[in-house]
Design a protein around this ligand. Structure first.
Ligand SMILES: [Zn+2]
Length: 449
């Protein structure tokens, strides 16, 4: 890419632009100019062809067929051809969806289409309209599964994959999302991979949990795992303090690229959504798309949009969780009730910030007679005493009771109960159950890009 003055990080008053042309690194993906592709292929007549863009012409002769494709306003071109593909087709609004499915997965052909529609519908509502008129979903082989190209994606499934294991849906929705975060919002993935994989993983987790409530990824009776929770576990499971989102892909130490490009940014964005609400978040996403589609936005551009839409200074948020490696862990340390002379109670709840991350939150307390009171904590001090007065003793204190701060690496210490209560035990068990099952999921999704 040749970046002209004012584009990305080339200063506006620079005398000339600069080439952005890194060598290839194992972790780095795409960054390219938009253009028009005009591609003609000649293949055996019985081969099914799929490609980026639109079929312009097709002719047959001597047992061969020649297909010409035109793809406008894209920055890459992909094609596939096989005599084995089964073709599933469905029109969704202006988009002709075509799934090319291998015979072994014939029974899952419609699942490919349904997942694509699930993604198209929500992206149109939450981010912006899909501007192309075709989408090809390819059930590819082995290592080619789970990859994005303009208007052509590869999905991934397994023989007899049950409905309750939605890996096919997850991969299809994820790869479709790259039509936006990669295709239309064509950020530099060598230097800022999170803008592509991370923003995409965030919307993917939101679509999955919206479309398949309960356990959106795994839904085996008591073994349920939602995508937002899966992303969060992927972030907290080891060394959450390592790997800032804003890092060139080759500068990450081993293992940190994956975490900082997928589950951590998904969790950062899910937390931002809960911080200011879905309506603001949607406005931010739609404005980012409207402003930057068919261009090459940077982390700075994304923050500018978030700040102008919300009219808030977000340096505290981006500084800690995008440019920095701040970790949030807020804890309720103690509850101390003192009976006053008039027989009411004065309660002191001590809360603590166990890590460097600062996040404003709510402390909710419940009394023995089931009254609840809340107080706000800015999360700044290393520890703080927050006091309440009430006619009865406080028996429970709960920081972030709505679990809005998904970045908090340990939710188990957010709540303290000083009377025996069964539901506290339950919360702990559910968490451990999800964590143990997570390894299996990571294994299955290991090949996703
Ligand atoms: Zn991806």
């Amino acid at each position: 890419m040749y970046e002209i003055p004012g584009q990305r990080y080339v200063p506006k008053d620079a005398l000339k632009g600069a080439w952005n042309a890194h060598q290839f690194h194992e972790n780095s993906e795409f960054y390219a100019d938009f253009g028009t592709y005009d591609v003609t292929m000649t293949v055996p007549e019985d081969y099914v062809v799929g490609a980026s863009g639109l079929i312009e012409s097709e002719s047959n002769s001597d047992g061969q067929k020649t297909v010409r494709y035109l793809a406008d306003d894209v920055h890459d071109f992909a094609w596939t051809a096989s005599q084995d593909y089964l073709v599933f087709e469905q029109q969704w609004q202006h988009v002709a969806i075509r799934a090319l499915v291998r015979p072994a997965h014939k029974g899952q052909g419609q699942r490919h289409i349904d997942a694509a529609v699930t993604a198209l519908e929500r992206y149109a509502d939450w981010v912006g309209e899909y501007p192309y008129t075709t989408l090809t979903v390819v059930d590819a082989i082995g290592g080619a599964n789970g990859m994005e190209y303009p208007t052509l994606i590869t999905s991934g499934t397994a023989y007899a994959l049950p409905q309750s294991a939605r890996f096919l849906e997850l991969v299809t929705i994820h790869e479709f999302g790259h039509q936006y975060f990669y295709g239309l919002l064509a950020s530099n993935e060598f230097e800022e991979a999170w803008l592509d994989e991370g923003m995409n993983s965030y919307i993917e987790s939101r679509i999955m949990d919206d479309a398949y409530p309960g356990g959106s990824v795994i839904d085996f009776g008591p073994f349920e795992l939602g995508d937002i929770e899966m992303q969060r576990l992927g972030y907290v499971k080891d060394n959450p303090s390592k790997g800032a989102l804003f890092t060139s892909s080759w500068e990450y130490s081993m293992g940190d690229y994956g975490k900082a490009s997928y589950p951590k940014p998904a969790t950062v964005m899910n937390t931002l959504e809960r911080y200011w609400g879905w309506e603001m978040q949607r406005e931010f996403l739609r404005t980012y798309y409207d402003t930057w589609r068919f261009r090459h936005p940077t982390t700075r551009d994304l923050q500018d949009v978030a700040e102008s839409v919300s009219e808030q200074d977000l340096d505290w948020f981006f500084g800690q969780f995008v440019y920095g490696t701040a970790v949030v862990d807020q804890e309720v340390v103690s509850i101390l009730n003192t009976r006053q002379d008039d027989d009411t109670f004065r309660t002191r709840v001590r809360v603590r910030r166990n890590e460097d991350g600062v996040f404003p939150t709510t402390l909710q307390v419940r009394t023995a007679t089931d009254s609840t009171f809340t107080a706000q904590w800015d999360g700044v001090d290393q520890w703080k005493d927050i006091s309440f007065s009430s006619p009865s003793r406080v028996v429970e204190a709960w920081l972030d009771p709505d679990r809005a701060i998904l970045l908090d690496i340990n939710h188990l210490n957010n709540r303290m109960v000083i009377a025996p209560e069964a539901d506290n035990q339950f919360a702990r068990k559910a968490q451990l159950r999800a964590a143990s099952f997570f390894q299996t999921v990571l294994f299955v999704l290991g090949g996703l890009f």
